[in-house]
Ligand binder design. Structure first.
Ligand code: MOS
Length: 732
């Protein structure tokens, strides 16, 4: 059946609930008898807890417990599942980063718990520590292949990069740096934990994936997985930091067990700097060579990024160079450096956002050195097939993105003639965007009720991007119902399993499962009708039945889904389906692509940069809802402005503590920073990527943006800033 609802720019179906406050977030669930937990965190970056004075706190009225490593319930298992982050849950006296949980106050009221937490005195024994990359870079090591980079090895070589560089007519060899950053979703991390008896746990958690939370809690409390239920109906932004359950999730459950009451634990904004991850610092060396025509002869991308002493998170920054440009001689490598920091984690477009800044800056530098239009240089090495994997792209519309972006923006390369307008320096820049198209195993259940409405479920999470809405659209088309007769529900680990909402994979994975389940349900209802003596369709061939708005028609006769269900006894008719990558998919290189063009104004006296206009054109497969997709891309592009100009998690290097611990010190773009943002799509029909034809657009919007802005700043000022963010001091 031809889709009619999928793709339509419908408004979010949960929008009304959100703006009226009817949508309950994880900290807002109403549980009777709930107690409130407030964390106390470490000061030093490395050391030992010598003693914790809890008497004053314990004497406060309403305080139920002050849980410290001394009296905390022992967890049966402190190991975390594979590919999950290590947590600090009051099981020992070690301090492994500043702002680590060292005690948890539980009280009758939030105010009581907050006050008592201030009365807890922690005595620490400090040990030498460092958060400076340069102190430890000599100990950089090659990380294990990680799932975030698709289990690819840290190093890859193709051809002879050294020779390619020697033979180049022009070379660029520069080092770029991206800072520590912190996700800062508007909704803080929050967990409400409720035990029903000694071995059944229900958790309401601000997470990107209910199944990951269930798995970790079940493991650490040694419970059967089925005894843990995790619910997440609404999330106020995730961006990666809610991708894995951190210490506070385990601690909420531990405290609830220990005090015998449901416990609600919400992190304060300052507590979200460290213990729930952040983007690691990267230092990337790019060695790029080209011939006189601008065709690349060598591309070497070496990235070093930071991780904690006790866990490995790899920001796969060099990976972007493996898929971007046609080049015979390429080498990419990743190294990790351990510091006395909390473990970093995925942050919006991990790898591509940071790596794209370095790669796309270096390409711009090369174009400038060759006096070439940077767009022409990119086209001279356009990759028709994946240069590293030697595979065709399942679809690639980057050429169209370049052309459409250039047209919309009015890109006319002028070999850098410095321009001024109203006393401001004016510059333009561009960069390529790209992000892999991830697709993971997902299941969905589609159920037809006797009233002719359908309920479709899959345990995904809606981070705010519109999962409720687009899945309803896909389900409506797949089953053959109008939107108002389909309800899609998510965010419950009792539902069919869906992957974590990370890696921009939810639309692709979940929509494929919903599509298959919806079609299976529709086909089942048709089979029931044509075999049903009570149906006007008795004896019709299933393939001649037309379906529209819940009605089945063949040979001029009609039956309805509702009547089929009723005649069969009235019990809901249901089908389940599973979608996931298969062998055939491995033949393809699977990526979204895009191009961003930007105009900046730079104040010559103050060094202040304003992004006047940002145009992005993206090709991400099928677009399920143009309005929501546009918002997703716009959000990504705004993040790109933040990455370019504002965001930086700053440590006090003497004490190893993050100093930018609120939104006054940690800068993100505000309204005045965001002027004109224009996201566009190139629609693609991709039959290889997944059954839904979706590549995912959650993250690509931030990729390339920072480079495009840095390139425009260079165009305006002649200053090449290779270390983000581009703050005024770097331009004066
Ligand atoms: Mo996103 S950074 O993959 O959760």
């Amino acid at each position: 059946m031809k889709p009619t609802i999928t793709g339509q720019p419908l408004a979010r179906i949960d929008g009304h609930a959100k703006v009226t406050g009817a949508a309950r977030y994880s900290a807002e669930v109403q549980i009777s008898g709930v107690a409130y937990g407030v964390l106390v965190t470490s000061a030093c970056a490395r050391g030992r807890i010598l003693a914790i004075e809890t008497n004053d706190a314990e004497r406060e009225p309403g305080v139920l417990a002050v849980i410290t490593p001394k009296n905390a319930l022992r967890l049966p298992d402190t190991k975390v599942p594979e590919n999950d982050r290590v947590v600090q849950v009051l099981q020992d006296d070690r301090i492994v980063y500043s702002n680590q949980p060292v005690a948890l106050v539980v009280a009758e009221t939030l105010e009581g718990a907050m006050h008592a937490a201030l009365l807890v005195k922690v005595h620490e024994e400090k040990e030498p520590a460092t958060v400076r990359l340069d102190d430890e870079i000599k100990n950089a090591f090659e990380p294990e292949p990680q799932s975030a980079s698709g289990k690819k090895s840290a190093d890859q070589v193709r051809g002879d990069p050294a020779r390619g560089l020697r033979e180049a007519a022009m070379r660029i060899d520069e080092t770029y740096q991206t800072p520590y950053e912190t996700h800062n979703p508007l909704e803080p991390h929050a967990t409400t934990a409720v035990w029903n008896g000694p071995d059944r746990l229900t958790v309401y958690d601000a997470t990107q994936g209910v199944f990951g939370v269930r798995k970790k809690l079940a493991k650490m409390f040694a419970l059967p997985t089925g005894n843990v239920r995790v619910l997440t109906k609404f999330v106020g932004g995730g961006f990666g930091c809610k991708g894995t359950p951190w210490s506070h999730v385990i601690l909420a459950a531990l405290a609830a067990k220990q005090v015998g009451r449901p416990v609600k634990l919400v992190l304060t904004r300052p507590q979200m700097f460290g213990m729930v991850g952040g983007r690691p610092l990267t230092r990337q060396r790019l060695s790029v060579g080209a011939n006189k025509q601008g065709k690349l002869t060598a591309l070497r991308h070496e990235s070093v990024s930071t991780t904690s002493r006790f866990d490995d998170f790899l920001e796969p920054a060099a990976s972007v160079s493996r898929h971007s440009y046609a080049c015979e001689n390429m080498a990419t490598s990743h190294r990790l450096v351990r510091l006395d920091i909390a473990t970093p984690t995925y942050m919006r477009a991990p790898g591509e956002a940071t790596g794209g800044f370095a790669l796309e800056s270096a390409i711009d530098e090369l174009a400038h050195a060759l006096k070439m239009d940077p767009l022409a240089l990119r086209l001279a090495s356009y990759a028709e097939t994946d240069p590293t994997e030697d595979k065709p792209f399942s679809s690639k519309s980057l050429r169209k993105c370049y052309a459409e972006g250039a047209r919309r923006f009015g890109w006319a390369w002028n070999k850098r003639s410095p321009a001024r307008a109203d006393g401001m320096l004016v510059g333009v820049g561009m960069a390529t965007s790209s992000y892999p198209a991830y697709f993971s195993k997902a299941e969905a259940l589609a159920r037809m009720l006797p009233d002719g409405t359908a309920l479709v479920t899959s345990g995904a999470v809606d981070l705010g991007g519109g999962t409720y809405t687009v899945m309803s659209q896909v389900a409506a088309d797949a089953i053959g119902l109008p939107m108002d007769r389909v309800r899609f529900d998510l965010g419950d680990s009792e539902m069919p399993e869906a992957p974590r909402s990370g890696g921009s994979q939810t639309a692709a994975s979940c929509a494929s499962a919903v599509l298959l389940a919806g079609r299976a349900l529709r086909d089942k209802l048709v089979r029931m009708a044509v075999a049903d003596a009570g149906s006007p369709l008795l004896g019709a061939r299933p393939d001649e039945v037309l379906i529209e708005n819940g009605r089945m028609t063949a040979n001029g006769r009609t039956d309805s889904f509702a009547d089929v269900v009723k005649r069969a006894g009235g019990a809901p008719v249901e089908e389940r389906a599973r979608a996931g990558p298969d062998e055939a998919r491995k033949k393809w290189s699977l990526h979204s692509f895009g191009a961003q063009f930007v105009e900046v104004l730079v104040d010559p006296d103050l060094g202040h940069v304003r992004v006047k206009r940002l145009v992005g054109v993206f090709a991400g497969g099928r677009i399920l809802n143009a309005r929501l997709a546009r918002s997703q891309l716009m959000g990504g592009m705004v993040w790109g402005i933040g990455m370019a100009l504002h965001e930086e998690t700053v440590y006090d290097e003497k004490i190893g503590r993050i100093m930018t611990r609120d939104l006054a010190d940690y800068h993100v773009p505000a309204h005045a920073d965001v002027q004109v943002i224009e996201p566009y799509f190139i629609e693609e029909e991709d039959v290889h990527v997944d059954p839904a034809g979706v590549k995912g657009i959650g993250e690509i919007g931030i990729t390339g943006t920072a480079a495009a802005i840095a390139n425009a700043v260079f165009n305006a000022t002649g200053k090449r800033v290779r270390s983000l963010p581009i703050t005024p001091d770097k331009l004066l």
